[in-house]
Structures are given as C-alpha cells and as structure tokens.
Design a protein around this ligand. Structure first.
Ligand SMILES: [Zn+2]
Length: 311
C-alpha cells in the first residue's frame, strides 16, 4: 500500500516549505530603530522563509543629523523625505516589508526643566488613536510574533515609551471584535517580546573580548558608571537568545543606510563584527506575553508556534 503523501510532507518544525509562512512584526518608533534593534534576527528569519513586517510609528522628522558628513543645509531642509529614502534602503538590505504608521516624531526633549512636547506629536496622542493604525496593521498582516520595547522604551525617548504602550495595547486588543471596530478582522498574535539589545551581560562580554585582543574598549566609561550606580537596578531577564551572527554584516549595512543617523566611523562600529560574532553571537529578548506552551529559555522566537502553523 502506498503511503499517504501527507505523511511525507515535512513538518513545520523541520522545514518551513509547504507550510503557511511564519510571520514576525517588529514595531519601532523611528526609521533606523529597526536596524539597531533586532536587525540580524529579522534578516535571519527572512532568509529562513518567514515574512517580516516592520511598522514604523513616526517619520523621524525631529531627529538630529548624527553623521557629520551629512550635516549640510540641503539635507536638513529635506530631512523627512531623506529619512524615508534611508528607510527604504535599509528595508531592502534586511529583506523585510515596512510600513509607516503616520505619526509625527516627538523629538527628544532636553534641558532642565524639560521643555513641553510639541503639539500634535506621537507621544501626546491618546492611547486609543495612537494604537489604532497598529491594530489595523496586525489584523492585516496577522503576525504570530511581535517585537517591541520594554516599558522604559530601551532608552528614555518619549516615542519609544509610547511605542511600548501602543504595542501592548494592540497585542491585547487586536483579537477583540468589540474593540477598534472598522480596523479589520480580529487577530491574536501569540507572543510579544521586548528587545534587550544593550544589556549588561552583552556589553561586558564585548568589553572583555576587546581587552583580550589588546584593543581599546568603547565601553570603559559606561562600565565605570555602572559600578557607581545602584547595582540592584536590574533589567528584564533574557528568556530568548537568537543565533544570528551570520547576519551582523547585514545589520551593519542596514545601519549605514540610515546615513543621516549613523556615522560609519562612529560608535556603532567600534567593536568589529568578527569580535561580536565570537563574543556575543545572539540578539536577545524577553518574552513578555505568550499564549503558547514553550519552555524557557529558548533560542527561537517561533518556539511553540512552528508546530501549530500548517496549511
Ligand atoms: Zn528611535
């Protein structure tokens, strides 16, 4: 008797071909954030056949020009359009899809006391109107996994903190047919992660690797500050380490595509990619919400989901 051909089909846990694609959505505050947080992870999953969508909440209109080579009047005069073009270049390098959600950058307030936020900016939007376009994007793209920042925003930019708030709101509301009506068919993402990009264990490992090679570490001052700080102040636990060292060069290329924001001679590249590959070959995450059973720690954002996604 011939075997049922279905039995010979690879299961999702072995091979993604023949299965509904896994879908990953990364929610970010500004163009360039996708290239500095989780970029190698996204490039790896794209290579493996997943669909990846970056949702960028604002256009980065109030960002500074952080690359001296781009500090020119004609660049400053046209910054919003230039940042969109940079985003498109980075998107192509990473191989992801990308969508702007249409809010206006709040800027990073500086001074003592801090100045008020500019009217009409993203951080001042009421939660429901700020989350609405993201709920719509979730219901259209139907991600299995979402990535965002923790409640502190990763760093204290008001748009990053708001990005966290709208991501949690949308994760929790997108499946509720009574909420956000008119934004599409309900859909429940299964996992929500926070990026843990610049955490201490990674910084310490990169610092030590540079010293071991007789190179200057860019982290010496930061580590001295930590020693003086309250050492009880701990971040979120790492639950998930995604091996993605083969894509660190891709991540660097995507960063460089954001030419107004990233100086190719600057701090982003002070630890060579080959040192990073050997000293800390993963990008790391905290699993903040999960509707699937998967043991922790894990090494795959889709752990517990691959088995469920099939034709
Ligand atoms: Zn940002």
């Amino acid at each position: 008797m011939l075997a049922d051909p279905v039995d010979d089909r690879p299961t999702c846990s072995q091979d993604l071909s023949g299965c509904e694609p896994l879908r990953l959505m990364a929610v970010h505050a500004h163009p360039d954030d996708e290239s500095s947080k989780g970029a190698a992870t996204m490039a790896r999953y794209v290579r493996e056949g997943a669909e990846v969508l970056v949702c960028t909440l604002t256009g980065g209109e109030r960002g500074d020009i952080l690359n001296p080579a781009m500090e020119r009047p004609e660049v400053r005069a046209d910054l919003p359009a230039i940042r969109r073009a940079e985003m498109e270049a980075a998107r192509e390098i990473l191989g992801v899809r990308q969508q702007f959600l249409g809010f206006i950058d709040s800027g990073l307030p500086e001074g003592d006391p801090l100045p008020p936020l500019p009217s009409g900016c993203f951080a001042l939007e009421p939660l429901e109107s700020a989350a609405r376009p993201l709920v719509q994007a979730i219901r259209e793209f139907r991600p299995h996994v979402m990535l965002t920042y923790d409640e502190n925003g990763g760093y204290p930019h008001p748009d990053h903190i708001k990005c966290h708030q709208v991501s949690v709101e949308a994760f929790e509301a997108a499946a509720d047919p009574d909420r956000y009506q008119g934004c599409g068919e309900p859909w429940q993402p299964l996992k929500l992660y926070y990026h843990l990009t610049f955490h201490r264990a990674r910084i310490m490992a990169l610092h030590q690797a540079m010293l071991d090679l007789g190179l200057e570490s860019p982290y010496t001052d930061r580590i001295e500050e930590w020693v003086d700080e309250d050492t009880d102040r701990k971040g979120h636990e790492i639950t998930t380490r995604v091996q993605c060292a083969d894509f660190f060069d891709t991540r660097n290329q995507a960063l460089i595509a954001h030419a107004t924001q990233v100086d190719p001679e600057g701090g982003w590249f002070s630890v060579p990619a080959e040192v990073q590959r050997s000293a800390w070959p993963t990008e790391d995450y905290h699993l903040a919400r999960s509707l699937v059973d998967a043991g922790l720690p894990e090494d795959d954002l889709f752990a517990g989901i691959r088995e469920r996604v099939s034709l």
